[in-house]
Design a protein around this ligand. Structure first.
Ligand code: 13P
Length: 138
């Protein structure tokens, strides 16, 4: 499974704690992130993450392109709803693409925990049907 980790600045500490707590599940999967989020998570865990550009420089759009190509199975995007972002259109576009393609998306840690626990239980088997590129056991 391919999983994207993205967090706005105020939510990065939560994302790091989340990645530490669920490292044993996350390490079984291919991880992607926007630039700074990936750096923070890799500093705090032994997870290997393919980092894209920072969000304001196009990272959300790069992840959106994977969603549009059916090459992303889960997006964990801990948004900051209390700060305006210079790249708000990119954020909206990524969330929209997840809905267009029916990709599971968590925009806060509470939902992220439910999805990752489901991932650990094998609840994402259906992605193998809609995405033949998913070969590993999920
Ligand atoms: O801005 C972001 C998502 O919209 C996150 O980008 P960074 O991980 O580079 O901070």
């Amino acid at each position: 499974m391919k999983i994207a980790l993205i967090a706005h600045d105020k939510k990065k500490p939560e994302m790091v704690q989340f990645a530490i707590a669920y490292e044993s599940i996350l390490k079984e999967h291919e991880l992607y992130s926007t630039g700074t989020t990936g750096t923070r998570v890799m500093e705090a865990t032994s997870l290997q993450i393919e980092r894209f550009k920072s969000g304001p420089l196009g990272g959300d759009q790069q992840i959106g392109a994977l969603v549009a190509n059916n090459e992303m199975d889960l997006v964990l995007f801990f948004r900051d709803p209390l700060a305006s972002q210079p790249h708000e259109p990119d954020i909206t576009a990524l969330i929209r693409l997840c809905d267009v393609y029916g990709i599971p998306l968590a925009t806060n840690m509470a939902t992220g925990e439910i999805l990752v626990k489901g991932l650990g239980r094998g609840d994402f088997q259906w992605r193998k049907i809609v995405n033949p590129k998913v070969e590993k056991d999920v």
